[in-house]
Design a protein. Structure first.
Length: 199
């Protein structure tokens, strides 16, 4: 295969990953909306809608960008320290924010806050095989993948030197490309490449 053929295949692959990601965002947003409605509580969305293909904002939308205050229900705050009482929300939909945090401890704080303020949390991030997001986006400091079966989030630094992040054989790569975790309990957070687990 020549370089042009490889580039076309890579672009086609990434296009498929992007389409799947858009579909998953809407599927999981709808799940969060339905759950919040079923328990009669508001929906919290962490991360403002920035593009037309993204799902709607929530009843309350939290973002670290002050522009969030220009939308109805917008709250300018950090997801690691939310200004809400315990279990205010039926569900929190946290899409594509965790990979922007600095380390596994920040992820643990954000996840803990989501589960403190809501009865159920849905987290999404770029899948582990999304090479554009994981390798080429400078604001993505972390690479995460979710183990829905064991309620676990695996975290590694998002740097070229980590490759796909699967060099540690004690933590093999996921079997699928799932990029969502739905939970009502604090997941175990595993930091790949370091010999400790945050519980």
């Amino acid at each position: 295969m020549n370089g042009w053929t490889i580039a076309k295949l890579a672009l086609a692959y990434q296009g498929g990953v992007n389409i799947r990601g858009i579909i998953e965002r809407h599927i999981y947003w709808n799940q969060a909306r339905a759950y919040a409605d079923s328990v009669g509580k508001p929906l919290l969305v962490v991360g403002i809608k920035r593009f037309p293909w993204q799902p709607a904002n929530g009843d309350i939308t939290l973002d670290i960008d002050p522009v969030v205050e220009t939308i109805p229900g917008g709250v300018w705050a950090d997801e690691r320290d939310m200004p809400f009482a315990n279990h205010t929300f039926g569900a929190v939909y946290n899409a594509h924010t965790l990979e922007h945090l600095g380390n596994a401890e920040d992820v643990e704080m954000a996840v803990n806050e989501c589960l403190r303020v809501a009865d159920r949390a849905i987290f999404l991030c770029p899948g582990p095989y999304d090479f554009m997001s994981n390798l080429l986006c400078p604001s993505h400091h972390l690479r995460l993948w979710f183990d829905q079966t064991n309620n676990r989030i695996k975290v590694t630094d998002n740097r070229w030197r980590t490759g796909l992040g699967f060099g540690d054989t004690s933590h093999p790569p996921p079997k699928g490309i799932r990029q969502a975790l739905v939970t009502s309990e604090m997941p175990q957070i595993v930091k790949i490449g370091c010999a400790y687990i945050l519980e």
